[in-house]
Design a binder for this molecule. Structure first.
Ligand SMILES: Nc1ncnc2c1ncn2[C@@H]1O[C@H](COP(=O)(O)OP(=O)(O)OP(=O)(O)O)[C@@H](O)[C@H]1O
Length: 660
């Protein structure tokens, strides 16, 4: 990685440079010296203004108040100087004015320094590309972060990831090597070391079967990295197999700190429960906890551990209620003592009517017992029982043979990422669809019915999830800024929507993937007036599953079905920041509003993804209140028509055959 040269900047990748956390404590060589000079100037000017207003102020303020006033002003002025220096170094003004601390001491890398190659990852907040550093030929990953440069909250949210990455320095944590941007640009690329694989891609590859010592090697590295985060007060809040990257040297690194947050014993502010991808989300988050700790990451580690042991995700819920139900079935439902003392906001809604016995041991009977014991600990319903990353590292699992192998002894695999696994699944599904299509006219209608059902399922699922999300997602951004806003221009993240739809009730749920995930529209949702949470179908689901649901008047939908083993396909999980009240385009009569994210992208193309009666659903589907029923009804009526048509065709066919 090329060194960043600037009179003001320390080289990010200078091997001799201080680790980031040390750097934070040490004086920055150039920046700080320049700042000191400016500091003298600042104090001077402040002194003058101070003198002028002194007599006036001293009448109103006590000495200490005056000092506070002066230091605030001097802080403001120093901030302006830092801003000016950063602008001079080439940082865009929208960034320095809002989040100057994120880039302090650094200078931007230039886009021309990299040759962008193919896309290697698509995340909620980003697109990731493989790229070559022109000067050295070194492979890097460029993560293009999505945000709105006109929205300070959105910039702060993005800056939080940078700040946290700079705070961490460990071989098992993805290192931020630099930032590509320019004064003129409104986008940012984070530069990371290129990693060939992620654990999701590796564990789902049918050709790869890990040995016990290989699994221990991955788990140990994961826990070492996490221990480092937790010891610095950083909760990752999005541990999942696709965020755990592995390179060809067998080194594992935790990536994607986009949702991470710092919590210290002193500063225990309220947190949003809308974090962590659904399948990896701890039960206390599902029950609405806002005062959780690092143990939510340990739950996610448990899910990842199970995934690499079994070769597939272990808890694949499509909605929060289904997720909890699956958790109860695997880990057993909490005891009465838990329900009696818990204060979690949604706990009573999710209390099952009957007790569930844990089935984890049964499901893992072929696995080594000490491995299952560790898994049981990590997947404890009660957070405090999960222990810590350090206690997991000291567990019997790692202390008994076969020990963890050396990372360098791990096999070299061809690139395996979540995106590769999805591509493999897509191809398999396409082949299956082709076969189906070839098998007759009746099938065609079945496909059509299924497609519509898929839409209903997807829309319902996402709508339900959004209703849950509405209030709390605002806090994700507020947390980032440390400010509690009550403006009407709220941001909403539709993160990790129930991302998968699996077959249920005889339907094979599948949703065609969008062709160009970069160029989609953002649909704006108008906040529903009521705080509706669960639906009639949820009631049916609850009845079937023995869950005790409390319902509001507005109803939304729940998909039923509980088959883990079906081939599933992901609904695009892009999570966008949409703003209530912003309405740049509308789909008349569809009940959807959407605003274009990409100004140059023709609306018409956006529409193609959103037409109903077609299979494809694109983008973050957030729905306008009151219109969801209309959409669902329309889809239902399409289905009914298709069923009728299909019956009619079949009848005609039968008639012809009998006539023959
Ligand atoms: N350094 C890297 N080297 C190679 N691939 C990477 C690297 N960083 C990220 N990726 C790939 O890009 C994907 C998305 O990256 P990342 O998770 O950081 O983005 P995100 O928008 O926060 O995603 P998500 O919505 O999944 O949380 C990852 O799953 C991974 O496959």
């Amino acid at each position: 990685m090329g060194c960043i040269s600037s009179k003001n900047a320390s080289c990010l990748t200078d091997p001799g440079a201080l680790p980031v956390h040390d750097r934070e404590n040490a004086p920055e060589p150039n920046i700080s010296s320049t700042n000191q000079q400016h500091g003298v100037f600042v104090d001077h000017s402040l002194g003058a203004s101070h003198n002028n207003s002194r007599s006036r102020k001293s009448k109103r303020l006590g000495g200490s108040d005056l000092r506070v006033g002066v230091s605030l002003l001097s802080g403001l002025s120093a901030h302006r100087n830092v801003e000016a220096e950063q602008a001079e170094a080439g940082w865009p003004s929208w960034l320095c004015s809002v989040a100057s601390e994120a880039v302090e001491g650094w200078v931007p890398l230039k886009a021309v320094a990299f040759q962008k190659l193919e896309k290697i990852g698509q995340g909620t907040y980003s697109s990731v590309f493989r790229a070559r550093e022109v000067e050295t030929g070194k492979m890097v990953a460029l993560k293009k972060v999505k945000f709105d440069s006109l929205q300070p909250e959105s910039i702060r949210f993005m800056a939080r990831e940078i700040l946290i990455l700079r705070k961490l320095n460990h071989p098992n944590i993805m290192k931020l090597e630099g930032i590509v941007t320019s004064r003129a640009s409104s986008s940012i690329y984070l530069v990371f070391e290129y990693m060939e694989h992620d654990l999701s891609g590796l564990s789902s590859n049918p050709d790869i079967r890990f040995t016990e010592s290989q699994i221990k090697c991955y788990m140990q590295q994961l826990l070492w990295g996490l221990e480092h985060c937790h010891m610095r007060g950083v909760i990752h809040r999005d541990i999942k197999a696709s965020n755990i990257l592995v390179n060809n040297k067998g080194v594992l690194k935790i990536g994607d700190f986009g949702l991470a947050n710092v919590v210290t014993a002193k500063d225990k502010h309220q947190l949003t429960s809308r974090v962590v991808t659904l399948w990896y989300r701890a039960p206390e988050l599902l029950m609405g906890s806002t005062s959780y700790g690092v143990s939510i990451d340990l739950w996610s580690v448990g899910c990842v551990f199970a995934e690499i042991l079994m070769g597939k995700p272990i808890l694949k819920g499509r909605t929060e209620i289904e997720q909890l139900h699956k958790i109860y079935k695997l880990c057993g439902s909490p005891l009465d003592s838990f329900w009696n003392k818990t204060r979690l906001p949604h706990a009573t809604s999710f209390r099952p009517q009957h007790t569930y016995e844990a089935t984890l041991r049964e499901r893992c009977r072929e696995l080594p017992t000490c491995g299952v014991s560790l898994l049981e600990t990590l997947l404890s319903m009660e957070p405090y029982k999960r222990g810590t990353a350090s206690s997991a590292l000291n567990s019997e699992y790692f202390l008994t043979r076969p020990y963890a192998c050396d990372p360098s002894s791990l096999p070299k695999y061809p690139p395996n990422k979540e995106i590769d696994a999805k591509y493999r699944d897509d191809m398999r599904r396409k082949r299956a669809n082709l076969k189906l299509r070839d098998s007759g006219v009746g099938r065609k209608h079945k496909d059509y019915i299924e497609q519509n059902m898929i839409q209903i399922a997807t829309l319902s699922c996402q709508y339900e999830r959004f209703c849950f999300d509405t209030v709390e997602d605002k806090h994700i951004l507020n947390e980032a800024s440390g400010v509690t806003t009550t403006t009407h221009g709220n941001y909403y993240k539709l993160s990790d929507l129930p991302m998968t739809t699996a077959s249920a009730g005889g339907f094979a749920w599948a949703v065609k993937r969008r062709k160009d995930p970069d160029k989609i529209s953002t649909i704006t949702y108008y906040k529903p007036s009521s705080r509706s949470q669960l639906s009639e179908t949820s009631v049916a689901f609850a009845k079937n599953t023995g869950l005790n649901l409390k319902l509001d008047s507005d109803s939304v939908w729940e998909i039923q079905g509980d088959n883990d083993d079906q081939i599933v396909e992901e609904v695009p999980s892009e999570c966008k920041l949409s703003r209530i009240g912003e309405r740049q385009g509308s789909l008349n009569g569809s009940g959807l509003d959407f605003s274009r994210r990409d100004k140059d992208y023709p609306v018409k193309k956006n529409l193609e993804h959103l037409q109903f009666g077609k299979q494809s659903i694109s983008g973050p589907l957030i729905f306008k209140a009151g219109k969801i029923n209309e959409i669902l009804q329309r889809n239902e009526s399409n289905i009914r028509q298709a069923v009728r048509k299909s019956h009619f065709q079949r009848g005609k066919k039968r008639k012809l055959i009998t006539q023959e």
